[in-house]
Design a protein around this ligand. Structure first.
Ligand code: ADP
Ligand code: ADP
Length: 227
């Protein structure tokens, strides 16, 4: 579903990704671990071309992401993304944060978008907050809105970039629980996180990066076992 083949990326003279090879199968949950600055976020952001690769091939669902001619809107419709900072529109109610993209990008009717949004708000456990503004919600609740917003586009892939790193510790669990449910339901997920428990419990595969390279790739039971 996602294939990196010998992908390199430079910022000027600085090589941030070196020879990345990675294959993510449908329904797989890949957790990316590694020290700060090792290129995890950059690798993730290449998948929906928030960052451009410098060389190599990157394919999502058979479509070349590294091809300049690829329709970005079409590509991104299939890929939901959840960031560390929730990136909700502060001046819009929770429900409108979620319906905006389906209405604008997919041309879904208002009533259908509303119905879909409520479905996903229920799924992440905060349907009662539909009429609130983001600032009236806790960080954990805001992040669950962000997940619902991603899901409302009915993507085939969800990308998570340190989704719990900006949360107070007591809110981390509620966000990870939603992610665990998605994983169990067969969503294809790539997750950059420092949550080892999540990696151990939910990942099909753990990828460890250092200095722009994948230096280890293994199922969690193997990754976390003593050498
Ligand atoms: P991680 O997610 O593992 O913390 P990043 O992918 O965010 O790592 O960053 C990898 C490296 O690339 C870091 O050294 C970072 O400072 C650098 N970097 C990230 N974005 C840019 C940019 N836009 N321009 C230059 N350097 C960048
Ligand atoms: P977050 O913590 O929300 O992931 P970051 O601090 O990693 O955000 O990066 C914020 C933005 O700054 C990103 O767009 C990233 O590409 C850019 N960035 C990160 N490191 C550098 C750098 N060394 N030089 C230029 N831009 C950078």
């Amino acid at each position: 579903m996602i294939t990196f083949h010998e992908v390199n990326k430079f910022y000027g003279n600085f090589q941030v990704l070196t020879g990345i090879n990675l294959h993510v199968k449908p329904g797989e949950v890949v957790v990316v671990l590694g020290p700060s600055g090792s290129g995890k976020s950059t690798m993730l952001r290449c998948i929906n071309r928030l960052e451009e690769t410098s060389s190599g091939q990157l394919t999502v669902n058979g479509v070349r992401v590294d091809d300049r001619k690829t329709d970005l809107n079409k590509l991104r419709r299939n890929i939901g993304m959840v960031f560390q900072h929730f990136n909700l529109y502060p001046h819009k109610k929770v429900i409108d944060n979620i319906t905006l993209a389906p209405i604008k990008a997919l041309g879904v009717s208002k009533s259908e978008a509303h119905q879909t949004a409520m479905h996903y708000l229920e799924k992440v456990g905060i349907a009662d907050k539909a009429q609130s503004y983001p600032s009236q919600l806790s960080g954990g609740q805001q992040q669950r809105v962000a997940i619902a917003r991603g899901l409302a586009m009915k993507p085939q892939i969800m990308l998570f970039d340190e989704p719990t790193s900006a949360l107070d510790p007591e809110m981390v669990g509620e966000v990870l629980d939603v992610m665990k449910t998605l994983a169990r339901e067969g969503m294809t997920m790539v997750v950059v996180t420092h949550e080892m428990g999540f990696a151990r419990e939910v990942a099909d595969r753990v990828v460890f990066m250092d200095q722009g390279k994948i230096i280890e790739e293994a199922p969690p039971e193997q990754f976390f076992s003593a050498p």
